[in-house]
Design a protein around this ligand. Structure first.
Ligand SMILES: [Zn+2]
Length: 423
């Protein structure tokens, strides 16, 4: 008789989000609900998903957990965060709320470069401690996999040291962490007015050094390629500069990702297509022709509604158009101290339902299987499928639609990571 280390049974709903590839179009709303369901886990992996009566008979588990009145679903995947930084920007935010124009805040030394200053000044121990606390908070909210970008160092030494902080966190934290080199996040003060000069340093020195570091790092053994990201936007990097950075990364074995079309249409979505990016993120102002092309590709469209919400924007990405065009739509927090101080994917789902008109099922798929696809790991996590890593949540809710419905509570009653109860 097969054995299971853990058997969750009698769940009001088991929501599977099943599959190993992103859901598109009508399939985005297909969530796979099993009433009175059960999930069996052995050796860190899912060994069975189905009706409680069947699994209870087949798997006399080492430990049985009664999930009566509750929902079981996959652990959430946050596929876009800037988690490594020092210094929150609450004072600046308060100034904004009082009506101080953003350009005045920038002129006074605020904005992204204030985070760069604070992060450069922070020790690795400080960044590790802050990073661990933030990941603990995310894990408690149901996030079991997190992509983390560098991008507040903006020098060869600091970007490499921030990659090392991510690798150290990956060694010591329950969450699966995937690192992204975002050296082209902003032009650092030493290169003020000379974005091309900075791009040259990034492509010729920093990217080769990061690739060499990654090849021997502990984290490379657990994952595939390092991601290489760029902020393609007015005031950051134009299309030619973005292309140069991503091409340099690709030549070193890195996988391209992009921040595009957040405020201005520069042709970033077309660049994502050209580079074969694994994801293109933001996409608030993408023109219809570029949207149609990107939606038909393998590039995942990552939408970040917490940014628009926090910035008080009235304009949001046209998620319905992305879904209608057949795009692989994912959602993420964009956790960062400036535009999205948001830890919670349930909150992001709540925003997506209200501002994108997504259904709870679409939002949940976008935070699980589709977000895993944005990181190239949809074959490993992101759904409750036999053979996948056992990353699952027990929600203190009897219906998954309550997850984005209730506002301001944490509905996560238990977090299981790789078959182990971690929160
Ligand atoms: Zn971002």
């Amino acid at each position: 008789m097969p054995r299971a280390d853990l058997l969750f049974h009698s769940a009001a709903q088991v929501v599977t989000c099943a599959g190993a590839s992103p859901r598109r179009g009508d399939a985005l709303g297909d969530i796979g609900v099993i009433l009175d369901g059960a999930v069996a886990v052995s050796d860190g992996h899912i060994v069975a998903v189905g009706p409680s009566a069947e699994l209870r008979a087949a798997y006399p588990a080492h430990e049985a957990i009664d999930a009566t009145g509750r929902v079981l679903c996959p652990g959430f995947v946050d596929c876009h965060t800037h988690l490594i930084f020092a210094g929150a920007r609450a004072a600046e935010w308060e100034q904004k709320l009082r009506g101080v124009p953003y350009l005045d805040i920038l002129a006074a030394g605020g904005g992204i470069l204030s985070t760069v200053r604070a992060t450069r000044a922070a020790t690795a121990l400080h960044l590790l401690a802050d990073g661990r606390a933030r990941l603990d908070a995310m894990l408690g909210l149901g996030t079991t996999t997190v992509e983390i970008k560098t991008g507040y160092g903006l020098s060869l030494e600091s970007e490499l040291s921030h990659l090392a902080v991510i690798a150290a966190l990956a060694q010591s934290h329950a969450c699966t962490l995937l690192p992204t080199l975002l050296a082209a996040h902003a032009v650092p003060p030493e290169f003020a007015g000379d974005a091309n000069g900075y791009v040259q340093m990034v492509t010729q020195a920093l990217i080769p050094a990061a690739a060499a570091w990654y090849a021997t790092s502990s984290i490379a053994a657990q994952h595939g390629a390092l991601f290489c990201d760029v902020f393609c936007e007015t005031g950051a990097f134009d299309v030619a500069q973005s292309r140069a950075v991503l091409a340099a990364g690709r030549s070193q074995g890195m996988t391209p990702k992009l921040h595009v079309d957040q405020f201005h249409t520069l042709g970033g979505a077309a660049l994502a297509l050209e580079m074969g990016a694994i994801s293109a993120d933001h996409l608030d102002v993408t023109p219809a022709d570029e949207r149609a092309q990107l939606a038909a590709s393998n590039t995942v469209a990552v939408l970040l509604p917490a940014v628009n919400f926090h910035m008080g924007a009235t304009q949001y990405a046209d998620a319905q158009a992305w879904i209608a065009a057949g795009g692989a739509v994912a959602l993420a927090t964009d956790f960062n101290p400036g535009s999205a101080p948001c830890f919670s994917l349930p909150f992001v789902m709540a925003l997506a339902c209200r501002h994108y008109g997504m259904t709870p099922a679409q939002a949940l798929n976008a935070c699980t299987i589709n977000a895993a696809a944005a990181l190239g790991i949809a074959g490993r996590v992101g759904s409750l499928d036999v053979g996948k890593e056992a990353d699952l949540l027990m929600l203190d809710l009897a219906d998954y639609r309550l997850l984005p419905y209730w506002l301001g509570i944490n509905p996560v009653a238990m977090v299981v990571k790789h078959g182990r109860i971690v929160a």
